[in-house]
Design a protein around this ligand. Structure first.
Ligand SMILES: [Zn+2]
Length: 244
């Protein structure tokens, strides 16, 4: 059974009521969740499940399950006694570690800004609560200070960030849309989730983002590495330590 993924429509949700569907060694499956499963370079959410009797189950990470649409919550170690008391059908409140998630959202949205500043294909991406890194397929050098200044500018300009779903048919009917995208959309699943940073970037993306670039706050390019003759890695960090 797939879980209703509430974070895709509203990334600002911090908690939700849900029912436990299954609990086994793979993890905990809920009927609906605000926990983002690791994917698209973005780390999974951590947090806690609040049980009706007041008990708190710590969740260390979130992954996609083997079945399409399954979201598995991985309990932190050492909670066997509490896990043994759980039973399918019971209600709970699922609450994410917001400081960690918001850091993911800020960094993730910033990687879209980087895509706009560095118009080269992306080879790899990793987004955590401490840093984000993006690998560009390019051989030209990049300037750390220039990129930091470019990001600061796009963040200060407070561009709205929004998503919409588009069908393959709509995509085919609007070739200009595909041309304006920094990443080619995947085909064949019927629906593509487009993430638009107004006036800056448009690309297919299933991750979680802030609602406005101003929400990203102060970031710096901490490192630029030449990973290979054809790869430049850009690493982002918070200008001030986050509360995470
Ligand atoms: Zn994204």
């Amino acid at each position: 059974m797939s879980s209703e993924d509430l974070f895709r429509e509203n990334a600002q949700l911090r908690e939700c009521l849900a029912r436990l569907v299954r609990v086994d060694e793979q993890g905990l499956l809920l009927d609906r969740t605000v926990f983002y499963p690791q994917g698209g370079g973005q780390a999974g959410d951590a947090g806690e499940f609040l049980l009706p009797d007041g008990a708190v189950l710590k969740i260390a990470d979130t992954r996609k399950g083997a079945q399409a649409g399954e979201i598995l919550h991985l309990p932190a170690a050492g909670q066997e006694a509490l896990l043994a008391l759980l039973s399918p059908g019971q209600a709970l409140t699922a609450r994410i570690d917001w400081a960690r998630r918001h850091a993911h959202m800020r960094f993730h949205t910033a990687t879209h800004l980087l895509c706009a500043l560095v118009p080269h294909p992306v080879d790899g991406c990793s987004i955590t609560a401490q840093y984000a890194r993006l690998d560009f397929h390019m051989s030209e050098p990049l300037d750390k200070e220039l990129l930091t200044a470019g990001l600061a500018c796009l963040i200060a300009e407070a561009h709205p960030v929004r998503h919409r779903w588009i069908s393959d048919a709509e995509l085919d009917a609007n070739p200009g849309l595909v041309r304006s995208m920094s990443v080619q959309p995947p085909r064949g699943t019927g629906q593509v989730r487009l993430l638009e940073i107004e006036g800056v970037d448009l690309q297919p993306c299933g991750g979680t983002h802030v609602a406005n670039t101003a929400e990203i706050g102060a970031l710096i390019v901490t490192k630029i590495e030449k990973k290979s003759a054809k790869t430049r890695r850009v690493v982002l960090g918070f200008a001030e330590p986050s509360e995470a």
